[in-house]
Design a protein around this ligand. Structure first.
Ligand code: AMP
Length: 414
């Protein structure tokens, strides 16, 4: 279906073609006409589905002329706020609306000043928005459309009390658009209490990873993860890699190891200033840096095209986060690869992920890598006979190891 059949007016069709979009994505095809009709929407959509345009385009079309902030997008991270506002600004060049992103971690006054000059569409993270409101620098009583973007993430990050406060400041009768990658019971509760008979749009069954992603697990002891990472990147010549670690400290450490090994990589996490994060992102976008090592919170907002590999250096504690992480590759229809390192301590986390996505991940090893420890997957994995196990001791990689006898759970042997 062409964009012209979605009910968008010519100014916005121009914006779409300026963005280089030829055909609407599935979420755009479904959401745009409903949003243009003024309906509340619940969009269950993963990252990379094109959900930003699915709400920005109808908002701009309905915005018309008026005073004050009339469209408000609330989003969990600064990076996401910047990205959404960037797209909104590009489109608003064709409609004449004023857009702004406000978020914490940067100067307050410049944002307050810009707000005073007038903003039609505001993209905000919850804390800064409430600050601005408390000080009388923003009024929210003219908001006609509210977007709650990445609602599940906002709940997970503990933003919900703030979001509730924001909702309390908005006028009744507005349009609400809620987007979430997953639909947990918590999110459904929010939908029931906030939205008015929403149209539900689901472009992927909830918590199902994008099918185009080749997903695999590399069992490895915790001690050898960095070595394995370096070998994988070097041997396979990986160029656009996003690596996830559990902590900021580990992200720094992995970035240092890569540097020592002559691989251009950089860490990015919330201890960094906004400008340092932007710099790291820019270097990665331009290909000056091959590997970005990130923690979950900051990675949420990374919209970089052509990430070929997502590597879970550490498995996430929460299985749903796995879905978000791997959604960073295979954006907007391209294919991608997701590799997860699994130390024996993480066997339970892998089980939870496999339970959530409803399939068993392919277990692989790196040919001729000298594993200092033998990592044995759990007996259930053995029973499925899908495993190629990892071991060392001079044995050739890739051969199926004999089935261990009555091993109770994943374990490492020196
Ligand atoms: P989003 O899910 O909104 O973060 O979008 C993911 C990526 O898809 C972004 O890089 C968008 O620029 C891109 N995108 C969104 N809609 C389309 C479209 N209709 N055609 C091609 N690319 C798109």
């Amino acid at each position: 279906m062409p964009f012209s059949r979605l009910g968008l007016e010519s100014r916005l069709l121009k914006a779409v073609s300026a963005a280089g979009y030829q055909q609407p994505t599935e979420i755009q095809e479904q959401a745009v006409p409903k949003a243009l009709a003024g309906r509340d929407i619940v969009g269950c959509a993963q990252t990379g589905t094109g959900k930003t345009a699915a709400f920005i385009l109808p908002i701009l079309q309905r915005l018309g002329k008026g005073r004050g902030v009339r469209a408000l997008v609330v989003t969990p991270t600064r990076e996401l706020a910047l990205q959404i506002e960037e797209f909104a600004r590009d489109c608003a060049r064709f409609t004449g609306h004023r857009t702004l992103a406000v978020f914490g971690g940067v100067g307050y006054q410049p944002q307050a000043k810009k707000l005073r000059r007038g903003v039609d569409l505001l993209v905000a993270t919850p804390g800064r928005l409430l600050d601005l409101h408390r000080h009388g620098d923003v009024r929210l009583d003219a908001v006609e459309t509210l977007v709650l973007d990445e609602a599940d993430r906002m709940l997970d990050m503990g933003f919900w009390p703030d979001v509730r406060r924001i909702i309390g400041l908005l006028p009744d009768g507005r349009q609400n658009l809620l987007f979430s990658a997953t639909m947990s019971a918590k999110v459904l509760g929010v939908i029931r209490s906030t939205l008015d008979r929403p149209v539900r749009i689901e472009v992927q069954p909830s918590a199902t990873p994008v099918e185009a992603i080749d997903q695999s697990v590399y069992p490895v002891s915790a001690m050898q993860k960095s070595e394995l990472l370096v070998e994988l990147i070097k041997r396979q010549g990986l160029e656009r890699v996003l690596v996830f670690t559990r902590t900021k400290h580990r992200a720094d450490r992995v970035a240092r190891v890569l540097k020592r090994q002559g691989i251009k990589g950089s860490a990015i996490h919330s201890n960094f200033s906004q400008s340092r994060r932007q710099k790291a992102l820019e270097a990665f976008r331009r290909g000056k840096c091959r590997v970005l090592v990130a923690t979950d919170i900051v990675a949420r907002g990374i919209d970089v095209e052509d990430i070929s590999h997502v590597i879970n250096y550490d498995l996430p504690q929460d299985a749903e986060v796995y879905v978000h992480r791997i959604g960073r590759t295979a954006r907007a229809g391209s294919s991608g690869t997701a590799i997860s390192f699994m130390s024996p301590e993480e066997a339970g986390l892998l089980r939870a992920i496999e339970g959530l996505i409803g399939s068993t991940l392919d277990c692989r090893d790196l040919e001729d890598f000298t594993y200092a420890h033998r990592v044995v997957p759990s007996p259930e994995r053995e029973a499925k006979k899908t495993r190629r196990l990892v071991y060392n001791g001079g044995a050739r990689a890739g051969r199926r190891r004999r089935r261990p006898r009555r091993r109770p759970a994943a374990a490492v042997r020196a």
